[in-house]
Structure formats: C-alpha cells, structure tokens
Design a protein around this ligand. Structure first.
Ligand code: SAM
Ligand code: SF4
Length: 470
C-alpha cells in the first residue's frame, strides 16, 4: 500500500494506472462512438481524456480517415490557411545530462562542444534576419553556464540586433526547467513561449532514459512549467518526444498535462510539440528504437491532438522530411520552422563539422524561401506575425479560437502584411510572383472596407514602412 502511494506521488498528475485502464477499455470503438466524439470536437469542444483514448484506439481505416478528415475541417473552419514560420537558434550544446537519445548528452565525446560568443550570436542573428526571419526559438543544453541571467542576456542581445530592414520580434525559449526566481529573470526581458518537453510521460521509461544529471528527476521536469506560470510566464509549450515509449500513452500524457495546467491556472499550454526521434551522432539508441513511430501513426497522432484540444497551437518541426510535413500541415499544424540549421553557429559560418555540433539530424533542409514558395503555391499564407505578443495579448491561440471573427479581423490581415514585408525584402523572384498572386486572392475574399484598409497598409509597406500591423 505504502509502495503504491509512493509511486503515485512520483507520477504526480499523470495517473499511469488510469491511463492504461482507459487505453484498455476503449479498444475497438464502434463507428457511432467515433462519430459522436468527432462531432463534439467540430463543435469546438475540448475532448475528455477518455474520448481521446477512443480516438487513439480507432484502427479501422475508415474510422482513421474520418478522424483525419475532421482534423482538416476543424483547422480550416477555425484557423484558416495561415502558417506561422520560425527558426531554431542553438546557443550552446554543453550539457550535464545524459539523455540516451540526444547527441548533446554529457557522455557523448564525439560531439564538439560549443557556446556562441556575443559576436557569434550577433552574426547568427544577422544571418537569420537577412533571410527574413522574425521569430526564433533559442535552444540550450542544460549546464550551469546557461544560467537564467545568461539566457536573459542572450535574448536581450537578439532583440537589440538590427539588420537592414529587419529584426527579430519574438524569441521563444527551449531550455532546462528553472526555479521560479530563475524564470522571473528570463520573463523580464520579454520572452514569447517557454517550452519544455517531458520527452516521455511514462515514469519507468523516463527513469531509464535519463540516468543522470538534474533531468533524471521526472517530477522536477513535470512541474517545470507550473513554476514558469507561478513566475508570471503564462505562455508555455509542452511536448513529448515520440519514439521513446508507446505513442498512445504519451499522447494521453500530453492530455493529462494540459488538463492539469487548465485546472491549476485556468489556462492550458499555448503550444503542443510532438517531435519524433531522429538519428544523432554517436547515439546508438536513435538507430532503431523499439517504439519508433510510423508515418501513418504520426498523421493520426497530429489529427487526434488537433481534435482533442482544438484551441491549442501545434508545432511541427524540420525534424520531419518535406513529404510528411506536407501531409501533416493540413491536419491542424499552426507553426513550422523553415530554413533551419541546428549546428551551434551554423547559420553564419560554413562548417564541415556541423553535424558534430548538432543535437540530431534534420529531415527538412530546404531554405526558408523554398518552403515559403511551396506554402504559397498550395494556398497557405506564410505568416511572421507577432502582433498579439507585442500588443500584450497573450493566449493568442485561444483568442483565435474563442472570439468569433478574430482570425478574419486580425490574424489573416496581419499574416498578409508580414508576408508582404517578406516578399518585398527577402523573397526570390519566383517566390515573389507566387506570393503576390496569393495576396491578391486573399484580398478578394475580404469585405470591401477591410480590403481597403489592408490595401492601404500594403501600399505603406511598398513605400518603405515596416512592422505595419493591426
Ligand atoms: N536541454 C534542454 C532540454 O532537454 O529540455 C533543452 C532542449 S533540447 C536541446 C530540445 C529537445 O530536443 C529535447 O527536449 C528533446 O525532446 C529533443 N531531442 C533530443 N534528442 C533528440 C533526437 N535525437 N531527435 C529528435 N529530438 C531530440
Ligand atoms: Fe542535454 Fe537536453 Fe540533450 Fe538531454 S535533451 S542531453 S538535457 S540537450
């Protein structure tokens, strides 16, 4: 009895037994049940954990297609055709943890350790701005060098770096969990989202894969974003690394995590990430992991998350190859990175050793311009919008979802305006041509008063104004 209680304390708000039971009792759902759940989601209602379990257990190809189709519909209905673009910026790969799947783990002596100096950081930011980026996520290993003050100074330096017509307007962070005091130091320089991935929510597997270092504490990490909230960072991102444990369990973990944050703070995560494990230098665990997630299941996973928490942003990274990115975009993804390079220092310096400074190997290495051209040619509006964040409107994704007309009134015009800036300042001839056509089509869809307002703002951009937004 005492042993069971001890185990439950360690599991915190991820009740393992309950999750296993739910996954067991929802096996082979019938068509009617899946239809009911899908319709509830299409009515913009959040699903219960049990309902998510039913969807996870839908194996019949017709039911799976129903789920995928509903996710596409929900995305179009609520969020429209915008895709927000960002780039990851790796600041340093020193690490005192030993995550068996990561190229940066302390025992990996094949990796070349590097932390950007202030000058190198500036060169990296200039290189990113010169391509048209406006939004970054800064990434750190876990090391005493990367103190809250160091993270805050890094972010300040990024915001203060201007180049040509551009600058970075939003910096998100993916770093080790901090203390409440540490988060406050980071909060004060004005960050976007603070992301922490739990990797796997399954405690015994977590313990096995994180054998040493601060990250070996499951509970410290699990409550990492609670502490961020307590410090006043109300824009947080959760995630799980798929390929470490049974994927259905980890989707349930994401749902219980969301539920916990909603119950405790009245607001859930701003974003959910669902990276898949990729190969990394000298990291045998990544070669043929026993829980490798198949492409088909990955698509299903994306659709189920979309339907389960319809108001949460979803991030799809360049870990995935272009083909699977194309397919999953339609299922409800709101943000992707593009033109990414994940070797420390690799945006600004040519480096034959880049792989040895990288955490893992990317699946999509196309340039930002190529990705944007493809998005625009498929009818998506590439967006660099940071308007809500800079107007102090947090919980943006929730507003998009909850306030009728918000997307049409603010998000679509702002996406178009930032896209226009991109086309004028950075796009290749071919991308500009496709992009201008897309903007014309989008303007035609607007009521005339809005079309007039946005057209005027577009003319201001053509005349040299920047950062024009509603
Ligand atoms: N060091 C901090 C941490 O672990 O939270 C900061 C972020 S770490 C550099 C970023 C994320 O990369 C991790 O949370 C993990 O999910 C992911 N990651 C690690 N190894 C990976 C691999 N081989 N393939 C794909 N993603 C990986
Ligand atoms: Fe370090 Fe993060 Fe890699 Fe773990 S995942 S070894 S904490 S960089």
């Amino acid at each position: 009895m005492i042993l069971l209680k001890k185990l439950r304390d360690k599991e915190a708000f991820i009740p393992h037994e309950e999750i296993f039971e739910l996954l067991e009792k929802t096996r082979n759902p019938d068509r009617k049940r899946v239809e009911e759940i899908v319709s509830k989601s299409l009515e913009k209602e959040r699903l219960s954990c049990e309902e998510t379990a039913f969807l996870l257990n839908a194996e019949d190809p017709q039911l799976v297609e129903m789920i995928l189709q509903a996710a596409r519909e929900l995305k179009n209905k609520i969020y429209g055709n915008r895709i927000v673009l960002f780039a990851p910026l790796y600041i340093g790969n020193e690490c005192i943890n030993n995550c068996v799947y990561c190229g940066f783990r302390v025992d990996n002596h094949e990796v070349i350790r590097k932390t950007l100096s202030s000058e190198e950081l500036e060169s990296e930011v200039r290189a990113l701005v010169s391509k048209g980026h406006k939004r970054l996520i800064v990434v750190f290993g876990e090391h005493p060098m990367y103190s809250p003050k160091f993270i805050a100074d890094t972010i300040e330096k990024i915001y203060s770096t201007k180049f040509g017509h551009g600058e970075i307007r939003r910096v998100n962070v993916n770093a080790a969990p901090q203390t409440v005091e540490g988060y406050k130091i980071i909060r004060d320089v004005g960050i976007g989202t603070f992301q922490i991935f739990q990797e796997t929510y399954h405690l015994p597997t977590y313990k096995k894969l994180h054998p040493s270092g601060p990250k070996s504490s499951y509970v410290w990490r699990l409550y990492g974003l609670d502490r961020a909230m307590l410090a006043g960072i109300d824009d947080i991102g959760i995630g799980a690394l798929f390929g470490l444990y049974n994927w259905k369990f980890d989707v349930m973990g994401l749902m219980y995590h969301t539920k916990h944050l909603e119950e405790r703070f009245g607001v859930g995560p701003h974003t959910i990430s669902f990276p898949r494990l990729e190969p990394a230098v000298n990291t045998p665990f990544t070669i043929s992991p026993s829980n490798k997630l198949k492409d088909q299941d990955f698509e299903k996973l994306v659709a189920i998350i979309r339907l389960s928490v319809p108001y949460t942003g979803m991030i799809l990274t360049a870990r995935e190859a272009p083909d699977i990115r194309r397919k999953t975009l339609r299922l409800g993804v709101s943000q992707i990175d593009a033109g990414s390079s994940i070797g420390v220092g690799s945006y600004s310096a040519r480096d034959s050793q880049v792989v040895r400074k990288s955490q893992f190997i990317l699946g999509d290495t196309r340039s930002l311009d190529e990705v944007i051209r493809e998005l625009a040619s498929e009818g998506y509006i590439p967006s660099f919008c940071t308007a809500c964040y800079r107007a102090g409107r947090t919980g943006q994704h929730f507003m998009e979802f909850a306030i009728p007309g918000f997307v049409k009134q603010f998000c679509t015009p702002n996406a178009i305006l930032t896209f226009k800036e991109y086309l004028v300042d950075y796009a290749s001839e071919a991308t500009r041509e496709i992009g201008e056509r897309l903007i014309t089509t989008e303007l035609q869809k607007m009521p005339s008063s809005q079309r007039n307002t946005v057209s005027k703002m577009i003319s201001q951009i053509e005349a040299g104004a920047r950062d024009v937004r509603l």
